[in-house]
Design a protein around this ligand. Structure first.
Ligand SMILES: [Zn+2]
Length: 256
């Protein structure tokens, strides 16, 4: 996700990182530049946080993560409480593919409009961890300078689901154009190294979402089709990380 260009252009051959990250929050942050990232201004404050975002890899990113993680630590402790207690229950207003999701659109600069499944089949669900707060992740998706997005973001505290990109469109989350075209990307609020973010509410809500997606497109509910970002070819991202309970998640998806 280093190059903004990759993002913008659905270049199938682009380096995964480039693309993938593009799709990801981290990338911007991590690379700081991106299309503009640096100056960005608005997001720059989040950058560290974002940078962590799973999005990109690279030593530079990792360094940022460490840095951002530490810096974020304190903020997170405080922010998390606010996040968890923030209001919920907003009504969906239409344009969502998942009935209980809240339509929180990403800027159209951060995804590729498409007509799936006429344009591309959908046979994968990619699981991510934001490495940023729910609010910051959505803010990044809404910022034209970041070139990253995901179809959904699930909030840690209560499992609220924000839909940011329609499923027929191609979100930039996998850092790999080919994988982006065939998948639905779900971001989970939290950090790979902080298992406390992976709450029962989040697992349940996300599993119900993934189950519905699988039913919608005839995707097998198994680990060959519900994958972690770390499994995308060419990525150096590790999310959702070792603290993500795959057996539990798959059991919930299959029971939903
Ligand atoms: Zn990811």
């Amino acid at each position: 996700m280093t190059r903004a260009d990759d993002l913008g252009t659905p270049d199938p051959s682009g380096p995964l990182d480039g693309v993938g990250e593009s799709g990801q929050l981290g990338r911007d942050v991590a690379s700081g530049d991106g299309g503009n990232g640096d100056g960005g201004g608005d997001v720059s404050g989040d950058v560290d946080a974002v940078g962590d975002v799973d999005v990109d890899g690279g030593a530079r990113t990792r360094r940022r993560l460490l840095r951002g993680g530490l810096a974020f630590g304190a903020a997170v402790a405080v922010g998390l409480t606010a996040e968890l207690t923030s209001s919920t229950g907003r009504a969906s207003t239409g344009a969502v593919d998942h009935p209980s999701a809240v339509w929180t659109p990403a800027t159209s600069h951060n995804y590729t409009a498409s007509r799936r499944t006429s344009s591309y089949p959908i046979d994968l669900v990619v699981i991510h961890v934001t490495q940023a707060s729910f609010t910051n992740a959505i803010g990044i998706f809404q910022s034209p300078s970041h070139a990253v997005s995901a179809h959904y973001v699930v909030r840690s505290g209560d499992g609220e689901i924000a839909q940011c990109v329609r499923e027929h469109d191609i979100a930039w989350h996998a850092g790999n154009w080919g994988y982006n075209t065939r998948s639905i990307g779900i971001e989970h609020e939290g950090w790979v190294g902080q298992p406390a973010y992976f709450t029962s509410a989040m697992y349940s809500a996300s599993a119900a979402l993934t189950a519905a997606i699988c039913d919608r497109y005839g995707i097998p509910k198994d680990r060959d089709h519900i994958i972690g970002h770390y499994q995308v070819p060419g990525t150096d991202h590790t999310d959702p990380g070792a603290n993500w309970d795959w057996p539990r998640y798959l059991a919930l998806v299959n029971a939903a």
